[in-house]
Design a protein around this ligand. Sequence first.
Ligand code: ZN
Length: 297
Amino acid sequence: MKLLILFLAIWTLFALQARITQADEVNSCEWRARSSDIDRDTYSESDTEEEINFGREIAARILGQFKMAGNAKLQKYVNLVGTAVSRNCNRPDLVFHFVVIESSEVNAYSTPGGYVFITTALLEKMGNEAELAGVLAHEIGHVSERHIVKELSLRGTEKSAVSSIAALLGGASKSAEIAFLQAVDKAVELILRDGFKKEDELQADSSAVLLCALSGYDPEGLVTLLDKIGKIKTGVGKTYPVYDVRLATLQKVISDEGISHMKLALNTERFVKAMQVEKGSNPLSIIQKVISGGVHE
Ligand SMILES: [Zn+2]
């Protein structure tokens, strides 16, 4: 009898576990299907090409205004986390790049085509890898949903990317190059000064929750980080939604999608270790070690 009870207890446990796993699989299938539904047929290859060219130019401008953090190990670590998250987004046509820039501004930026920047000041506010993944996923969200492309109404045509931007700006009398550079100026202003529309921020947050969960990171990381940032500043740009609205939206998505019961990673130890390397090392000495063969990565 005791054996039968034990057998039944174990069987129930397994059945329950299987149901939870099945529910998670259904969820992740739904998330993938939903995210890849967006704009599937409305953008062509030439649109993507234009998007990447345009984004590269904006990224060069941003890099012209900030200094890249000199620590190669830190850059590599942030890139690894970002790349892992970006593999689950709905833009297999893009290769994402992640760059740490030196700035006392607590912020992250992204350009069309997949260039993501995160400041050293924002990294210093973080306590685990899930918080880093959350911020990178939010920026990936802006890129994958083409928020800047849509804001500036950029759209590729059968003509070249540059001529379509020229047409957009009504630049018939100006050279296509000037029109292109004007569009770049506008985008840089939007990214560094004005900020995204409230709806875009909330959409990037919602998609970050799903992206983090799909990548195995606890989306609560984005919640705890936003909570910390919200306490030290009220927002970037005139249209940036206030932090409590963003926090409420994040919590709602996490609860609606049934993510709270999933055991997802924070990776605190790995993050702390990566940050210690950042604080305690001289970038030049690391580069010298790599050159002399002292560091194998
Ligand atoms: Zn944003």
